[in-house]
Write a protein that binds this ligand. Structure first.
Ligand SMILES: [Zn+2]
Length: 376
């Protein structure tokens, strides 16, 4: 069924700038400009500012429902399936397009792609520079609020095998969000933070992960309110694609354990189940999973990795066994499919012999399980 015409239609649909899609969706969305984003209530689940469209990266996100690309946005707003979204974006499949127009569209796609790639590369380097400046201002975590925060999460740093050189403490880090005026940034919070270095496969510093702390809060993380909603206490700056936070790494060993977050991964490191493994945090699920291919009836994203994705995380050569930790607090079926895609990529591309998913527990993250903490 999928032929050349379908490939062209998919490419055409993917090339439609998300700005144009938002315009076409019109009154179905109620968004205000905030920096490079459009922000407002989610068309599916409401709220005030939980829904955002990033005009530069051509993606959208709802903090409740999730997000994706422009096609996914059409699906979400019009509550339709993938094929209908494609029809809505680029017309029905049986419409003939003459070859000259076909060619013009292909050229336009190519130009847009090149321009976007140049802009993305420039923004990426700017962000890495900014992240490096923050990292340099960081202090050792020993004796700092970072040590107390981790202890609060059940992680004693003296039990972690190895030095946590990829973590630092910043006593007074500003929390910036895109300004309401459309340009620039505004500071909505400032306070102590845990910094983590993100590194590319080559080892180059690729950005910083930041967790704002408030030890007066039950979970030790800052509760940052902005426009009537609670903002995430964790943010990354720089490029997380293909990168990882290298928490525990000693000598050359064949086993790697990777969780999404710093706390989950450190908890696994001190649990002692894999005493000689490397423990890296994968930063987010998307990075660990990488791009996947549409497959099966209705073209769904299952656990099949797109091996062309050069940006996704891959373990370094020589890793014989790779274990991904599945957080219990995320939607189990789709999370598992994503993790599986990442593991299969590692197997196919990097020759990892054995792959495995370890469950952190139903409705809890591994940290909560090991701490014996109550569900929230
Ligand atoms: Zn939503």
């Amino acid at each position: 069924m999928a032929g050349r015409r379908d490939d062209n239609r998919l490419a055409d649909a993917q090339a439609v700038p998300i700005r144009e899609i938002v315009e076409r969706l019109g009154d179905r969305l109620d968004l205000k400009r905030a920096g490079v984003e459009l922000v407002g209530p989610c068309p599916a689940c409401g709220g005030n500012d939980r829904f955002s469209v990033n005009l530069q990266r051509n993606v959208f996100n709802c903090r409740h429902c999730g997000g994706g690309d422009g096609i996914r946005l059409v699906q979400q707003v019009l509550a339709c399936e993938f094929p209908e979204a494609l029809n809505w974006l680029v017309g029905a499949a049986d419409v003939q397009i003459d070859p000259a127009e076909q060619k013009r569209r292909a050229e336009k796609r190519q130009q847009q792609k090149e321009r976007a790639a140049r802009e993305a590369a420039r923004r990426r380097e700017d962000a890495i520079r900014a992240a490096r400046a923050i990292w340099r201002a960081g202090q050792p975590i020993s004796g700092s609020p970072v040590e107390r925060y981790l202890a609060r999460r059940g992680i004693r740093i003296d039990l972690v095998p190895g030095q946590l050189i990829c973590l630092r403490y910043h006593p007074d880090l500003p929390y910036m969000v895109p300004g309401d005026a459309g340009n620039g940034w505004s500071e909505i919070w400032r306070g102590p933070a845990m910094l983590a270095a993100m590194q590319e496969p080559s080892g180059r510093f690729s950005g910083g992960h930041r967790t704002w702390l408030d030890l007066d809060q039950p979970k030790g993380k800052a509760v940052i309110r902005h426009n009537g909603e609670i903002s995430k206490s964790k943010k990354t700056l720089g490029s997380k694609k293909g990168s990882a936070i290298r928490l525990v790494q000693r000598g050359v060993v064949p086993v790697m354990v990777m969780g999404e977050g710093i706390e989950t991964t450190l908890t696994a490191a001190i649990a002692g189940t894999f005493p000689d493994a490397w423990f890296w945090a994968g930063i987010d699920l998307g990075n660990m999973a990488g791009r996947r291919v549409l497959s099966g009836k209705g073209m769904k994203y299952a656990g099949v990795p797109d091996l062309e994705d050069a940006d996704a995380f891959l373990p370094p050569p020589g890793i014989e066994r790779l274990i991904y930790i599945q957080d219990g607090d995320s939607e189990p079926k789709s999370t598992r499919a994503k993790l599986l895609a990442g593991l299969r990529r590692a197997k196919a591309v990097q020759g990892v012999g054995s792959i495995q998913i370890v469950h952190a527990g139903e409705g809890r993250d591994l940290n909560d399980v090991l701490m014996g903490a109550d569900d929230e």
